[in-house]
Design a binder for this molecule. Structure first.
Ligand SMILES: NCC(=O)CCC(=O)O
Ligand SMILES: [Zn+2]
Ligand SMILES: [Zn+2]
Length: 383
């Protein structure tokens, strides 16, 4: 019997108040054993006491988080301004400034209005935006989503202007066709209304290249067509832009009812059917894991999970599967609207809930948060 086993054994007996562990002595046959036992016996009363104290020691947790600073130390990671990406809606009408009713406090901006708005945020420490183009001019949409990479269209014009005016701002571009197609789906359709994957991937990778060429730092395809990450990566390499362009994959984008306000904002409600055959089914954890592994293999630089709070297990899966990649989480329009609605109904305080939801997202494994709360967080993080 080893010294530590013996000690443990004796301590247990002592605690049971069965007196000294005499029976162990009978196990000792050599002189060595006997000396071990005598050392053990003299230590036994101390050991027994320390076992009973250690029960009390481990029950004391409050001391570790009594002070606000000590509380902050309990988090593996804390929200900082550089983790935030702010999604913004850019209209093709230059002077547009219209409140999006279902997305509290968010506007569709034409470039003339957007730049002054952005200036305030950059001054407060905003580091990154995600651009969504909103073609509002009549006749702007067609079956191929031609407006998506129109050199005079909202996204490409915004990229050029932002690069000029705010050179330190990191520009992400959502790459999809749904805002630009007259049918509102995320690609090019076959006659039967299903997505033609190959044509869609060709078209979407062209759009990504056009955004990167205009100066976007990051292209983020959200269309969910199979093989688009590989196609975009190959074209970026071919065009000599792979070394300076982050490829962020909406790897695990789930279909569901949380995108409603976004579709109001971007005018991208499908004119028929839904997106259930290309976005992931909400229960499909295994499918999400396969999509994450696939997109890492196809050359994604960042994995995104979307929506965020309803899919924390997927964020944690993404962190596990893509140990060496940053994980981004998109707190989508429906999550944002829900938090606002809850606060308005007096269920909770808006700021407290905004932080709590974000803390959950970070705890699950994300280090990048795409959120409509970004402007508020810039203020809140200063206080
Ligand atoms: N590609 C972006 C979306 O599909 C929706 C995001 C949102 O609901 O905020
Ligand atoms: Zn889309
Ligand atoms: Zn989308």
């Amino acid at each position: 019997m080893s010294f530590s086993n013996l000690l443990q054994d004796m301590a247990i007996r002592e605690r049971r108040q069965q007196g000294p562990a005499t029976s162990s002595i009978s196990l000792a046959s050599t002189a060595d054993d006997r000396s071990t036992i005598s050392r053990a016996r003299s230590y036994a009363s101390t050991a027994a006491t320390s076992v009973s104290i250690s029960g009390d020691i481990s029950s004391q947790l409050h001391g570790g988080y009594h002070h606000p600073l000590a509380r902050s130390w309990q988090a593996e990671r804390q929200l900082t301004k550089s983790m935030l990406i702010y999604p913004v809606f850019i209209s093709d009408l230059e002077d547009e400034e219209s409140l999006i009713p279902s997305l509290p406090g968010q506007y569709r901006y034409g470039l003339n209005k957007f730049i002054p708005f952005l200036e305030t945020l950059v001054r407060k420490g905003l580091r990154s935006v995600m651009l969504f183009g909103v073609p509002m001019a009549p006749g702007a949409k067609d079956a191929l989503g031609t407006a998506a990479d129109d050199p005079k269209g909202p996204v490409i014009s915004a990229i050029r202007l932002i690069r000029q005016r705010f050179p330190s701002l990191f520009i992400c571009t959502d790459v999809c066709l749904c805002e630009y197609t007259n049918h509102g789906h995320c690609g090019i359709l076959r006659d039967d209304g299903s997505l033609n994957n190959q044509l869609s991937v060709d078209r979407i990778s062209d759009v990504a290249i056009a955004y990167a060429q205009a100066g976007a730092h990051c292209v983020a395809p959200s269309d969910m067509n199979d093989g688009r990450i590989r196609a975009i990566k190959l074209k970026l390499i071919e065009e000599g832009m792979a070394h300076r362009t982050v490829l962020m994959s909406y790897a695990a984008k789930f279909s569901g009812c949380l995108y409603g306000p976004f579709r109001d904002a971007a005018g991208s409600v499908p004119s028929f059917g839904d997106r259930k055959c290309y976005q992931l089914p909400p229960g499909g954890r295994g499918l999400a894991r396969r999509a994450i592994v696939r997109d890492i293999g196809e050359g994604a630089d960042i994995i995104m999970v979307k929506p965020a709070s309803q899919y924390l297990d997927i964020i944690s899966d993404a962190k596990e599967l893509g140990k060496d990649l940053p994980v981004a989480a998109y707190q989508v329009s429906g999550e944002f609207a829900m938090i606002h609605a809850g606060a308005k109904a007096g269920v909770f305080d808006l700021k407290t809930m905004a932080f709590e939801s974000t803390e959950g997202i970070l705890r699950a494994g994300a280090t990048i948060v795409i959120t409509y709360f970004a402007p508020e967080f810039l203020d809140w993080l200063d206080n």
